[in-house]
Design a protein around this ligand. Structure first.
Ligand code: SAH
Length: 257
């Protein structure tokens, strides 16, 4: 069967995110491609090729291309952390992207950016289809796989004892080459894109995956809330929340079989 022979591509932007998956990986072999270390082996019962992309859209797109063209992976899973945008979400919650948008692609005028689909000339009124959406059947399989799934709480010494357990949202993740560290920017990403979370790679991976005709699932636990304190929260929470995304990777790999 496909899933026993052809590797699934796994991308993480940062070492903390790779570390959260590495403990579950076996039969690891290492090679170098374009200055990046590629780890091949078995993860959650399937062959995988995993790369730490580095931060940002170009690094992520290049890594996705290496996995899909160079290593002929059958699909991509991106796992890592993000800033929360939806005010209903808290640090430690998790977002799976049903829709990915490059929030910094478009036309910049005094009243802000008019979004366009990457590659489309950013002139004229703009169109509604600027995002990358997962197909309905895959979204339905993701919902089914996560139905009733409970995430472990973050350590009480980090978040206090009285916080609710982490929640999972299947929604919109926006990506751009900026770390969002400002309430106004956060509010804009919510109102313009209906974003639930923001990060710096996922929608670039979606663009490459679309070009190769394969699915890409982006899974992000929230390290911060993209506001004035996000730079402080990021450092405090990144290592604690990254394993949450890894748990959801484990839960979701079957939807790509
Ligand atoms: N300070 C870090 C850099 C982090 S950049 C360092 O020195 O290594 C933030 C990374 O986490 C990116 O890979 C991005 O995808 C994700 N991320 C988390 N919170 C984010 C936010 N508020 N805005 C944008 N990206 C965020």
């Amino acid at each position: 069967m496909l899933k026993e022979r052809i590797p699934l591509g796994i991308i993480c932007a940062m070492p903390e995110e790779i570390a959260a998956l590495l403990g579950d990986m076996s039969a690891i072999k290492r090679q170098e491609l374009a200055g990046r270390e590629v780890l091949t082996g078995q993860l959650f019962g399937r062959p995988v090729a995993m790369i730490e992309s580095g931060i940002g859209k170009v690094a992520a797109a290049m890594t996705a291309t290496l996995l899909l063209d160079g290593l002929k992976c059958r699909a991509i899973v991106m796992s890592g952390v993000a800033g929360g945008i939806d005010p209903a979400l808290a640090i430690g919650d998790l977002v799976v992207a049903q829709r990915l948008v490059q929030h910094d692609y478009g036309r910049l005028q005094a009243d802000g950016v008019t979004p366009f689909r990457p590659g489309v000339p950013p002139f004229g009124p703009g169109r509604a289809d600027f995002g990358y959406e997962l197909p309905d059947d895959l979204v339905a399989r993701i919902h089914a796989a996560l139905d009733g799934f409970k995430l472990p709480s973050l350590p009480a010494d980090l978040v206090g004892k009285d916080v609710r357990p982490p929640m999972i949202k299947i929604g919109t993740i926006v990506s751009g080459d900026q770390f969002i560290n400002d309430e106004g920017a956060r509010a804009r990403l919510q109102s313009v894109f209906g974003a639930h979370a923001v990060e710096m790679e996922g929608a670039a991976v979606a663009q490459v995956a679309e070009a190769f005709g394969v699915p890409a699932i982006v899974i992000r636990s929230l390290s911060d809330l993209a506001g004035a304190d996000s730079h402080l929260d990021f450092g405090k929470f990144v290592a604690a929340v990254a394993p949450t995304a890894a748990k959801v990777v484990e839960r979701l790999v079957s939807v790509l079989d």
